[in-house]
Design a protein around this ligand. Structure first.
Ligand code: ADP
Length: 898
């Protein structure tokens, strides 16, 4: 350069201007005042697509530019003409059609204008690109911010070493209880973090630039002003943020609040823990099994129960610890649960390792998944060995008592009392009873029924009594009648159970028959007393009745002694005396008959007879009495025979007794009827009168011994009260019946005798008529032997009167002696004599020479077959019962002597 400067020619400014003008990279034009091109450099020539500047000379610059920039151009030229510099930028295509950006400056110069156009296309494009990029960034930022704000995680940005909150999202605000921390430091915004280590941790991150991760991090936050510190759990990341230089400028805190999940987990954990604890410490066995029955869990108690360790049990089948007898039951339970049942309770036995058995109750439940699928079993097992033992003991005890109560012959039962609201006993329920209950009560199937159900009319006594026992607890023992059950009971009742128990036990017996026999005994005693009273009365009556006829007889004897020479007087007196004696004999006959019947000694001599004949003879017997009462007697007999099989004497006695009564108990001049008819295979005899009648209540008792209606104190009718008794007994002995009826006092009486009819008549005949043949006995020697002097003498007198030759002896020895000399053809011997009795006398007499064939007749009060047999054995030929009837004696003598 040195050289050039030393050698440089002198500068030509015009040439230099020209040179600069031409060399400019811009398009430079000189314009005249009208805007026409005066000069243009090379660059401008090229830009306007001309071959040479001359080609552009004089052309209006405006016309060479696109219309789009005309307005800007005009404005710029106007500015320049006004002395300023006009500028504009426009897009203008180059001559090849490629568009480009030009920055145009128009400035005034010496009456014209200088226009410079610089190509700024690259600049403009770069600008545009930058703007586009900026817009892109802005929208990305906006999106990021949305994400940041709406993220489900909490986020915040802490700036600078002081950790100033720059950004926080909604979640973060939620986490810290809504406090807006933006602009505050971490310590200012969340003072409660002090001491929890978070600030220090973040500072560390800031310093080191290393991120920190944490999960389930507990943090205590004061989420409400004045509220308590609240524990939250978070999963979080502390992420350092760097500036473009790579230096740490802040920290992004980003995380999730997992408190709810954590609390659930804790709760679950705790409950599981608790459950485990409960199960392991439970005093009942707990065992869990998988669907195949393999043990997956067994608590301590279960291990003890089955006598095995947990290790031994886990994985073992539940059947391995089940007693053989319980296997089927256990399998069945498992199948049922697998099949859908939820729970099953079984009593089973476990097999312990030492071989012993353990009784248990196992309640097994199915474990099911959410879809109900069978996942296994869990069983609660209770050892019932002791319980079972106690039950067995109880059962044995109960059995003993049951056996006891079943074997007693008393009734036993347990009741439950039923009370109403006022606590009054109203009924009772039979809970149980023994076998004998039914026998004692007659009640069948009582258990479960109430007393009122079984015996609706049961009286309240029973409810009251048992109710009192239940309420007071005091036992009672009593005898009482239950009319509703027609029974008497002897009961012991006691409460079972303590106060408040309503159960009463009864031990009882049906004592009805005992009570009945007591009643019977009482009746018997009173009957006996009554009989005794009647007997006493009877004796008095008897004495009276026997004395009655004696008085006229005695006075008759007096008359006879005094007027013995007057046949007429004697005859009248004798008639009177005979009647009185007849009365006495009748009385005594009846008495003796009764005694005979009572002693079973009266025997019927039954024969076939026509009852009509028997009745006729009875009428004959009673006629004197009927006539003395001046009664009218009507006898109504059937036309045809009425056959009976009877002792005709006794039936005649029956009828004449009835006729005598009719005559006695009918006031003089009454009407008496005797009728006989045949009715339904029976002979019916009625004796009726229109006399004093019989009161209704006495109708049955008149047939009893010694009974007399109204007791006839004055005895005007005579009688001992034995006639009807005899009638009934005789009729009964014939297989018949007798009854009385009366329309009442003074309305008369009807006595009806029914006798069975005989099949047919066998030689019916009336009683033999006593035929008195005075001549028969003439010359016949008859010996009469009786210790009763009067009896002996009177009989001998009668026989004398009949023409027999008689002698009398009063004892056996004298009789034998007398017989030896007197040589009787017939001897009447009394049996009952002091010293030698009749039998001995008879034997002694037979031994006397010449008396071997004497006819011996026994005279005795005893007429039974055995008596006859006895007399026969002693050598008697005949047997007569006392008092002997004259006609019978006459008849006998007549036959003997014939
Ligand atoms: P008695 O010796 O007293 O007559 P009976 O046995 O013959 O004894 O009779 C018993 C009682 O029956 C009598 O005392 C009398 O009171 C009553 N009697 C019997 N027959 C009749 C009758 N035909 N009319 C009324 N009363 C009678």
């Amino acid at each position: 350069m040195q050289d050039s400067s030393s050698a440089a020619p002198a500068l030509d400014p015009a040439a230099l201007g020209r040179q600069l003008f031409e060399a400019s990279p811009d398009c430079v034009k000189l314009l005249d005042g009208e805007g026409r091109i005066i000069a243009i450099n090379r660059c401008g020539t090229i830009a306007l697509g001309a071959d040479s500047p001359e080609a552009l000379h004089g052309r209006a610059w405006r016309s060479l530019l696109p219309a789009a920039v005309h307005a800007d151009l005009d404005a710029a030229m106007a500015t320049a003409r006004a002395g300023g510099v006009g500028r504009f930028k426009g897009c203008m295509p180059d001559p090849r059609g490629a568009s480009g950006w030009w920055e145009v400056t128009v400035s005034p110069i010496d009456g014209g204008l200088l226009a410079t156009s610089r190509n700024v296309t690259e600049q403009v494009l770069a600008e545009l690109e930058r703007e586009r990029l900026l817009a892109q960034l802005r929208s990305a930022n906006e999106r990021m911010e949305d994400v940041f704000r709406q993220a489900p995680a909490f986020m915040c940005v802490l700036n600078g070493p002081d950790l100033v909150f720059e950004l926080v999202n909604d979640r973060y605000l939620q986490l810290v209880g809504g406090r807006d921390p933006v602009g505050l430091t971490l310590r200012e915004a969340l003072p409660e973090l002090d001491g929890q280590g978070f600030v220090e941790l973040l500072e560390g991150v800031y310093r080191s630039g290393e991120p920190v991760f944490g999960s389930d991090v507990p943090v205590l936050l004061q989420r409400r002003a004045d509220g308590p510190l609240e524990r939250r759990f978070v999963d979080q990341v502390y992420m350092p943020l760097r500036d473009p230089d790579g230096a740490v400028s802040g920290i992004l805190v980003h995380g999730i609040d997992v408190t709810d999940r954590k609390l659930n987990e804790i709760a679950l954990y705790e409950s599981r823990e608790r459950f485990q604890k409960i199960v392991s410490q439970a005093t009942t066995g707990v065992v869990q099994m998988d669907p195949e029955g393999r043990i997956t869990l067994a608590n301590q108690k279960y291990c003890e129960m089955v006598g095995r360790s947990e290790a031994e049990l886990l994985g073992a089948s539940v059947l391995d610890v089940t007693a053989p007898d319980s296997v089927a039951r256990t399998m069945d339970a498992v199948q049922r649960l697998a099949g859908g049942e939820q729970g099953v309770v079984i009593d089973k036995e476990y097999l312990r390792r030492d071989g012993t058995l353990m009784a248990a109750t196992s309640s097994v439940n199915a474990l099911r998944g959410p879809g109900g699928e069978f996942q296994g079993l869990v069983a609660i097992v209770v050892d019932t060995t002791e319980k079972r033992r106690a039950e067995e003991k109880l059962r044995a005890g109960e059995e003993r008592y049951r056996t006891l109560f079943e074997s007693v012959d008393q009734g036993f039962c347990i009741l439950e009392m039923i009370f109403d609201e006022a606590n009054r006993p109203v009924d009772y329920l039979f809970l149980e009873m023994n076998r004998m209950f039914e026998a004692h009560t007659g009640l069948v199937g009582g258990a479960g029924k109430t007393a009122r159900e079984m015996v609706p009319t049961l009286d309240s006594f029973w409810f009251d009594t048992y109710g009192r026992v239940a309420l007071t607890g005091e036992p009672v023992r009593f005898e009482s009648e239950a009319p509703a059950m027609a029974r008497w009971f002897d009961v012991y009742a006691t409460r079972i159970g303590g106060p408040g128990s309503r159960r009463v036990a009864l031990l009882f017996s049906d004592i009805t028959s005992r009570k009945e026999s007591e009643a019977t005994l009482r009746k018997l005693a009173s009957d006996l007393a009554e009989a005794d009273r009647r007997k006493t009365e009877f004796l008095a009556t008897l004495a009276h009745e026997l004395r009655n006829p004696l008085a006229p007889i005695r006075s008759g004897l007096g008359v006879m002694r005094m007027k013995g020479d007057s046949p007429a007087s004697v005859a009248r007196v004798r008639e009177m005396m005979e009647r009185q004696v007849g009365n006495m004999v009748h009385l005594i006959d009846d008495l003796l008959d009764i005694a005979r019947i009572s002693g079973g000694k009266l025997e019927l001599k039954k024969e076939g007879a026509d009852l009509r004949t028997v009745l006729s003879s009875a009428v004959e017997t009673s006629l004197p009495l009927v006539e003395s009462g001046r009664h009218e007697l009507t006898v109504d007999l059937p036309e045809t025979p009425v056959p009976v099989e009877a002792d005709v004497t006794r039936i005649a006695q029956v009828v004449s007794n009835l006729l005598n009564n009719a005559a006695k108990y009918t006031p003089a001049g009454g009407r008496i009827g005797l009728a006989l008819r045949v009715e339904a295979e029976q002979a019916v005899i009625t004796v009726s009168d229109n006399g004093i009648g019989i009161p209704q209540d006495q109708l049955a008792s008149v047939f009893e011994m010694f009974s007399q209606v109204g007791q006839h104190t004055e005895r005007s009718q005579g009688g001992l009260g034995i006639g009807l008794s005899l009638v009934r007994r005789l009729v009964n002995m014939h297989g018949g019946e007798v009854g009385a009826s009366s329309a009442g006092p003074n309305a008369g009486s009807v006595f009806t005798v029914r006798l069975p009819l005989a099949g047919g008549m066998q030689g019916a005949s009336g009683p033999a008529e006593p035929s008195l043949d005075d001549g028969v006995g003439k010359g016949t020697h008859v010996l009469v032997v009786d210790d009763n002097v009067d009896a002996a003498v009177t009989l001998s007198m009668i026989l004398d009167a009949c023409g027999y030759t008689t002698r009398v002896a009063h004892d056996g020895a004298h009789a034998v002696e007398l017989a030896a000399s007197f040589r009787p053809q017939v001897a009447f011997l009394d049996i009952g004599m002091p010293g030698m009795d009749g039998y001995q006398t008879a034997r002694a007499m037979r031994r006397v020479a010449g008396l071997e064939h004497v006819i011996l007749v026994a005279l005795t009060g005893w007429g039974a077959d055995s008596d006859r047999q006895k007399s026969g054995e002693a050598g008697f030929d005949h047997h007569l019962t006392k008092p002997v009837q004259l006609d019978v004696v006459q008849d006998l003598l007549a036959r003997v002597t014939a």
